[in-house]
Design a protein around this ligand. Structure first.
Ligand code: ADP
Ligand code: MG
Length: 369
């Protein structure tokens, strides 16, 4: 197993990239800790597969280096990198049986037959295919074939890392949950470094210890689910993670106060002068309906939607939508004309990047939602 270091890495699929839009991956420097389970989360086209394929060696980066522990593998072929990769769509040998498919990576490395037999049995149980081991892969459903691909990715115990590229796309919803649980169990048992690519925040947040959020060819934040929730480093993280996502309002910042359209909103910290397009970001969990005496922002309340356990209040301030999540059973007071923000739940952004306060003055006290 290995720590993976990306050093000054960047990639363009074009022979002569010019502007930033020509780079599928913009400059990247980070370390993937040995034995950690990561989710790589971002919208379609942001560069997730490119990054994964560079780590496994399917794509040669235009710039920079990849290290496994201290070894530079930038130009090493895939086989030497000792990585298992599972793709979005099944890659199986149709003429082989399920057993032969699962055994392939082990036999390929000359593992003893009794070990192969036992290990294939364990994996077959994990992917729920013990009853079909002697069937040829040809003729199986896409769903079953993908489970074989997953099994093949997990069968070797001696890999440096296992990379999953949106592996559950063709799997039916119930089995998705089951397989994700199995992957987590496998991670606990063997402690492989795992990178799991997805565009689905629920998948990312339930699978990983650390979530790596990508946007437009960049890693914009690496953090625990709680860090991504409380301190989104980029407005994209605020918007992409959470349901609904973080609210953004144009503002001017003056010390510990934001001015939004002539109204003053208390912040949870002291800020130095902020340059660029300045906004405050507030998650719906930190907003409450309030009356005119609250000192909040005067809004037009549009509607209240029921979404399972809680309700979402949809409001509007000078043409900008603001969502608030109402705590269970709270409802909207009859005299509510304003929205009050919990100061500790407000982040300040300049040109989409979070600005840290010079001094924090309020601690978060989120009510249960
Ligand atoms: P994701 O996996 O996040 O959906 P990709 O890494 O596949 O994103 O793609 C990132 C960008 O690179 C996209 O703009 C995509 O069109 C482009 N791209 C991906 N693969 C190739 C390729 N083989 N040749 C040229 N452009 C590519
Ligand atoms: Mg992809």
């Amino acid at each position: 197993m290995a720590k993976i270091t990306l050093d000054n890495l960047a990639h363009s699929y074009l022979p002569k990239p010019a502007g930033p839009e020509d780079w599928a991956l913009k400059e990247l420097d980070n370390v993937w800790v040995d034995g950690e389970a990561y989710a790589l989360l971002g919208a379609s086209g942001c560069g997730k597969s490119t990054l994964l394929n560079i780590i496994s060696g399917l794509v040669q980066p235009s710039q920079g280096r990849i290290l496994f522990n201290d070894r530079d593998v930038t130009h090493a072929p895939t086989a030497e990198r000792n990585i298992a990769q599972v793709f979005q769509f099944p890659v199986v040998y149709d003429t082989m049986t399920v057993r032969e498919n699962l055994a392939f990576p082990l036999r390929n490395r000359g593992a003893p037959e009794d070990y192969v037999r036992a290990r294939v049995q364990t994996i077959a149980r994990m992917i729920d295919m013990e009853d079909r081991l002697e069937r040829k892969a040809r003729g199986l459903t896409a769903d079953a074939k993908q489970k074989i691909s997953l099994g093949r990715g997990m069968v070797r115990e001696d890999v440096n890392a296992i990379l999953f590229d949106e592996p559950l796309t063709v799997i039916d919803p119930h089995m998705k949950w089951e397989l994700r649980t199995q992957l987590r169990a496998l991670h606990h048992e063997f402690g492989h470094t795992m990178i799991y690519v997805t565009h689905d925040q629920t998948e990312a947040l339930t699978f990983a210890d650390k979530v790596v959020v990508m946007h437009d060819g960049r890693v914009v934040q690496i953090g625990t689910p709680q860090e991504l929730f409380e301190r989104p480093e980029h407005t994209f993280v605020g918007y992409f993670i959470g349901s609904p996502g973080m609210n953004l309002l144009d503002a001017q910042i003056d010390g510990d106060t934001a001015r939004v359209g002539g109204h003053r909103i208390a912040l949870g910290g002291q800020y130095d002068a902020v340059a660029g397009r300045t906004q405050i970001g507030v998650r719906p969990e930190y907003i409450r309906p309030a009356n005119a005496d609250s000192g909040g922002l005067p809004v037009t309340i549009r509607r209240v939607e029921d979404v399972g356990r809680h309700q979402i209040l949809r409001a509007e301030f000078e043409g900008t939508g603001i969502d608030a999540i109402l705590p269970e059973g709270a409802g909207v007071p009859a005299d509510a004309t304003h929205l009050a923000f919990d100061p500790a739940g407000i982040n300040v952004y300049a040109d989409d990047w979070r600005v840290a306060p010079r001094k924090v003055t309020a601690a978060p006290h989120r009510e249960a939602v």
